[in-house]
Design a protein around this ligand. Structure first.
Ligand SMILES: C[S@@+](CC[C@H](N)C(=O)[O-])C[C@H]1O[C@@H](n2cnc3c(N)ncnc32)[C@H](O)[C@@H]1O
Length: 236
């Protein structure tokens, strides 16, 4: 999958892309991530990428031109025109604007995105982006009902959740199918050595070697935990 990230703070991505699963996904050539500094697409000598909001009010708003230029460089004139004319865009490419007002991100959406060939993530900052940027995107995603400083961390969240679902990125695909939110359930409790820590012991069934009993225990624990912690999921 090709991934293009548009940001004013490219350095923020160094750590996450250089470690753990996202580093491995790149090494295995499952994802090819390019970070675009939006200041490279400004046209004045101060490299201005934001400006005061029309109508007054505090803070700065990210300008549309650098974003438009960056997208044009990635998609070409034809690609960007298709979006502007609202023609159905190539189903294998999505241009996602990270915004608190977007569709709430979840595992089902991560799964759908993991099937794409090309993912473009636009990170807002300051007071957000000029409203017209919405018309350059195909989707808007929020990572939850709270405001953080910029779209960089949301972009990392989306990229991490998506990349680990691409076949071949994680060593064992069974670890994916047992994870929380599969079948609307939270994951069962997991234990490793030691058998006893202070007064807490590992449940005996997990030491029994009886795989059927272990499977049943895990299912029951999964249901119990989901009912207690996430009634909304449990109802589903
Ligand atoms: C400080 S926020 C702007 C918030 C905006 N003034 C509002 O009230 O909706 C700056 C940028 O951070 C990103 N952002 C903040 N919270 C987010 C969230 N929950 N989900 C996705 N992106 C978020 C967006 O890209 C946004 O443009």
């Amino acid at each position: 999958m090709k991934v293009d990230i548009l940001t004013l703070f490219p350095q923020m991505f160094k750590g996450v892309l250089g470690e753990s699963m996202l580093r491995i996904a790149q090494e295995k050539k499952k994802i090819n991530v390019r970070i675009h500094n939006l200041r490279d697409w400004t046209s004045d000598r101060h490299r201005t990428a934001d400006d005061k909001p029309y109508g007054g009010g505090g803070g700065m708003v990210m300008k549309i031109e650098p974003i438009h230029r960056a997208l044009t460089s990635i998609l070409g004139e034809k690609g960007i025109k298709k979006i502007r004319n609202k023609k159905s865009f190539n189903k294998t490419t999505k241009i996602i604007l990270l915004t608190p007002g977007g569709k709430r991100f979840n595992q089902a959406l991560a799964k759908r995105l993991s099937k794409l060939k090309h993912l473009i993530l636009i990170c807002g900052h300051y007071e957000g982006v000029d409203e017209r940027v919405r018309f350059l995107s195909t989707n808007e995603i929020s990572i939850g009902d709270y405001i953080i400083t910029g779209g960089e961390i949301p972009a990392m969240v989306v990229l991490d959740a998506v990349a680990r679902l691409i076949p071949g990125v994680l060593g064992s695909s069974s670890s994916l199918t047992c994870e929380s939110f599969e079948n609307n359930l939270l994951e069962y409790p997991q234990y490793t050595r030691p058998r006893k820590f202070e007064e807490r012991e590992v449940p005996k069934v997990l030491l029994s070697g009886d795989h059927k009993a272990i499977r049943e225990w895990r299912k029951a624990e999964s249901l119990k935990r989901t009912k207690k912690m996430r009634k909304d999921l449990f109802k589903k």
